[in-house]
Every structure is written in C-alpha cells, then in structure tokens.
Design a binder for this molecule. Sequence first.
Ligand code: BGC
Length: 753
Amino acid sequence: MKNYIKHDPWKIIEDKFNPDYNKISESICSLGNGKFGQRANFEESFSGKTLQGNYVSGVYYPDKTRVGWWKNGYPEYFAKMLNAPDWTGIKINIEGEELDLAKCKVENFSRVLDMKRGVLERKFTAETQSGKRLEVFSTRFLSIVRDENAAIKYTILPKNFSSKAEILSEVDADIKNEDSNYDEKFWTEIEKVSDENNTFVTAETKKTFFQVCTAIKTTLTNFSKAENILKEKYAAKKYTVQLTENQPFTVYKYAAVTSTMYYDKTEISKKTLEVLEKAFNDGFETLLKEQENAWEEKWRESDIIIDGDVAAQQGIHFNIFQLNQTYTGRDERLNIGPKGFTGEKYGGTTYWDTEAYCLPFYLATADKKVAHSLLVYRWKHLKKAIENAEKLGFTGGAALYPMVTANGEECHNEWEITFEEIHRNAAIANAVRIYIDYTGEKKYLADYGLEVLIGISRFWAQRVNWSADKEKYVMLGVTGPNEYENNVNNNWYTSYSAVQNLKYTIQAINFVKENYPQDFERIKKVCSFNESETEKWQDIIEKMYLGYDEKRKVFIQNDGFLDKELIPVSELDPKVRPINQHWSWDRILRSCYIKQADVLQGIYFFENNFDVETIKRNFEFYEQFTVHESSLSSCIHNILAAKVGLYDKAYQYYLNASRLDLDDYNNDTCDGCHITSMGGTWMTIVQGFGGMRIKDGMLSFKAVLPEKWNSYSFQIRHKDNVLKINVSKSGTQIERLEGSECQVIVDGKVIKV
Ligand code: BGC
C-alpha cells in the first residue's frame, strides 16, 4: 500500500517528484473521453520509469495466441486494445541539452488531476545538468464535448538564463504494446505529412486494418525557424525559439484523433484535419471552458458527496470520474475494458465485469440510452456467442458469451477460464433482468432481450447432465468467480444462476408471447425456437443439484469445498499475502482461499430469494476464507455486510474498493487502474450504505450512515425523475431535482416525493 497521493475532495494531487511511482501516477491521472484516452505521461522526454499509453476505443489487434499446450477450442488470438500513436510529445532542447526530468534536479513538482474540470495540470522547477533553471506549467485535457479533440498548454519560464532552444511538437506512431506476444509492432504507416499547414500520421493496424489518424497543430509565443520532420511512422515540427530569462514562453498544441470506426479510409485524413482546424480556430480557452461546463453537468448527474471524510470523498470522486471518462454509451460497438484507457493489461476488451459491476452505475446516473447501449452490445454479439458455443460442441443456437472479447469472438485462452468460467453467461442474462427491473421497459425483451435469454438458456440446458446417482441435474467441470479453484463440479453460484436464468427466460417468453405476439413470432423464426424446449428447462429448474451443508446451514461453493483444510485468512502469515504472488498454483488450488465473492456473488445477484439470516450465515462463513485478490470482491462484501448489519466491515470494504488504485493496495496500479471495479465502488455507497434496491418498480432505500461520516448524498436517475438522496444523522431525505411526483420506499414505508 502507498500513501503518497494527497487527500483532497476534487483533486488527485502528487505534490512531490516520485520517479519510482511514476507509472502509478501515470495510471491514476489518466485522461479519457469515451473515444480515446491516455496515461498521464510527461510531454517532454523522460528516460525514467514510464509506460507510454495512448488508446483509441474499438481499435484492437488480434495478437496470435501464445500457449504451451494447444487445446482444441482455443481461440487463435488474444485481442489487444492497441497502444496507439502518441500526440502529446513536446520535446525541449536547450543548447544541446534535452529537458528530461530523470536527468535534472527537480523541485516544486506537482501533477494534479482536477476531476471537477476534467483537466490534468503539472508544474515543476528543473535544473539541468549545466545549471539552467526553468519552471514549466502544463495543462492538458481530452475534450468530452468534442470527443476527437484534445489540447495542451505548455509554458516554460527560464529562471536564470536566456538562450536559443528547440521545441519539437510531434506525432509518434512508432508505438509498441508492452504486452505484445511475439515482440511485434502492430502498426504500419499509411500516410505522414509535415508541411506548412499540416502535421499528421495515419497508421493502420496489421490484420484488423483499422486506421487511426492523429493530427496536431502547434502555436508558440514566437519562433525564428520551423522545420518539418518526417521519419518512419513519425511527423513533427521543430521550432527554433528564443527563451528569455523570466519571460514565459507558451506552446499550445491541439490534436485530433480519429479512426476508421467512424470515417472511411478515403476521407479519414481530410476529416481529421477539419476536426482539428475547428478546434484550433475556436482556441484553447473556448475548448477548456466547454470542458469545464460539460464536467459540471456530468457531476450534476452522478456526484456523490461525503461530508466528514476527505479520503472517502476523494475515493468516490475518483471512481466516478474514471467511469465517466471511459464509457459514454454513444456507440453500441464499444464497451468497458478492465483497465479502460489507463493501461494495456487484460487486452482492454470486454469481460463479464461490465454487466456485473458497471451496468448499475450507468443505469442510475446517465440517460437510459447509455445502459441500453451496453446491453445491445451483447445482443449484437449473439451470433458470435452461438459460434463460440458451436466451437465447443454445443448445438441448436446455444450461446456461450466470451470471457474476453473485442468483437464477440472469444479470445481468452486458458482452458480453465475459456471453457469453464461459463458463469459469465449468467451475468449477461441477469443484466437483462436488472435493466428491465430498473427502467420498467419490458418492451426491451421483445426488441432484443429475449433472443439473448433463449441462447443462454439453451446453453445451460446442454451444459448440465443428469446424474443417475444423485437423481439431479449436475454441472461438471466449471470454474466459478473464484478462479483459485478450477474444474470443480456443481459450483453453487454457476448452477444457481443458471436456474434463475432459465426461470426468467420462461417468464420473458410468456410475457412477449402475450404482449408482443408479432415480435414473438419473429423471435421464434430468428432463433428457430420451439416452445417445447422450455419443458427441459422447467425440469432443470426443478431438479438442479445445489449443494447445501445441513450442519453449517450454508450453500456449498462446490463439491469438495468442505473437505479442504478450513483455516481462516486471519491465521495466514501476512507475509504470504497476496497468495498469488507467494504460493505455487498447486498450493492455491488445494487451499480453501477464495479469490473473490463466489457464493456471495450469487446471493448478491438474487438477494430477494434469501432471508437476512441466510445471507448473514453465508457471509460469515465464506468471508473468513476470502483473500479479495480480485478488485471485484470488496464491493460485493460491502453490500452484503451492510445488508446484514456488519457496518464496520462494510466501511472497511468501502475504503478498499474506493482507494484501491489511489493507495495502490494490490501493488499493481502501475499497470493501469481497475476501471470495471469502480462501478462496484459506486454500488458500495448507493446499494451498500444507501441500501438502494428496486421493489415493485419503485426505488427503495434503507440507508445507514458510516460512523466517520457526517452525511452523504447521491443522485439517482430513475425513469423520468432525478432524485437526490441525502443521508445524515437525522435520517434519509429525498429531494426531487427533475421529473414529476413519484413514490419511493424509505425504510419499508412508501412515501411521495
Ligand atoms: C477476475 C475476473 C475478472 C477479470 C477482469 C480477474 O482477476 O477474477 O472475475 O473478470 O479479472 O477484471
């Protein structure tokens, strides 16, 4: 755990030069606007620890799979969101000496991510090896209003010298992914220009042939000479300037970043230059004002205010900020990678995380179109999900959604996950239910949802088999969310979720048949669906084997779990934590330690089916063996702890979730931030402490106030209303900010708002 980020409600402040933590700060201070994003790399040269990172949404590369023992059914490739051309470079050379903080004496350094305004600011005083002192101030943002534009203002103030200098403003497309499987570069050059009017590079990905055009325009206080520089995959302008002691010298750099996701190859450079020209003509201050106003509006919709605990406030602001930077719902082809735009790990593509942890945030804080886009994304991938299942031997329209994907095709390639972590299907089906419960828009079933549900139900029906011994359906050879045990039989979470999916699909069929008969006929045709298929589904619902331990009165995570040596985590030597960095895989697999919520994840999803006593018993039993080595664990534990009255625990889980990256709890923020778990952090306040649920189509709250806080409030968009919920020592108050009179449930009583 680190503790070098200064606590502040709205700003992430690194107020000292910490070259050893640079990669962590680069992750934390990342910027994004839904279409592209980047790590907070320095503009000037830096020879210290850094991970250069620029990413363009939707642009991926199918990196050829690398495994030891090839198994039939493996995907051919792992899709990587590509590290894309870098437009940020402003290199400063003063009389032959390159400004590089790794080689200078650095004072008064600060890197500040201002979350209220969506702006990254940096300042420092540097003394070069020859003794030249200069101050630098930089301001950078990626516009959320014009989501193909970005801008930098970079000011140099010479403190003890006047001299000539060279300033290089560049676009560098000679970029490599750090995680490239075969050490390959994935970009080829299509066009590069640096002339009097334009500087840009159009680069193309190998194999997938996406093109990205990155164009820049630079203005400076003055210059005597401008040189156009072109190298392979690189275009820049080099200015010779006069720096004068104590006189600020400012560089404005404007960028446009576009891709063939949105423009045809024949016109991409022309369009990019137009987008750039418009931003350039409007100017830095106009763009900045727009950015500040747009973020003000975003915060109006999604802010959470905590009074009395600055660390907790900063944590939740950070999580909300990153979620809003990563996904805007404007494009149904895009999704939320576990690292968003903050690093390469996980390939930057889609996991079950989206449905299980991110959907509730977007549902409740943004226009319903945004959550709708997330759901339609999976509907569009249904055909591929059916193909994925076919590759594994399933038939008749059974759909297995991928564990990891960029385009619907599975690209994960560890057999115990690719073939066995099939619970991802459950989260995707369950997301349909969550969406409909929340919005009340059952028509979604007829338009999209039912087709997905049928595909998933068909999969479950083929994935189980009848056990003559148990006289029950069993589900063999699976991996639950607890990846620290593989190839288990009857993982309670997976089997229970499958039953719930089947039930919901049957209800959905009846609903669509009765209310949208024409759609029902269409769906029957499209899916070649025969209603008699539901007979087997019903049988599975009635006869699924779900392990239950009579002695402890808890659900059994999977067959054999109770045979393990059940030693609580509290008795583990802290030196062996995290166990995945200290123990052999063999030892982990045989241990009772649970990576992340598993049985508890199921209880969380289907909470209405369990009484509080059952939830508490299972919570207390499983929590003691859980090591939370996935960022997705704390949020579920917070919500259930709050539900059963274990408030101190709930608070601890909140802190773990919300400050995971800021304090680098898992020692891995250098790789990027845990973006998808940030949706879970939002849930800890709204569902955990706020106790928000949907009951009979109404919002229901049963709030608790953590002891350390004076009060907290959050905004919720529900149907046509925007409500502000304020929880203080005097109770829960609800204010309607938009919409018309509505009813909500507070502490079990229906009230009018
Ligand atoms: C978790 C998975 C998750 C993935 C991406 C893994 O460590 O165990 O549940 O989908 O990370 O966030």
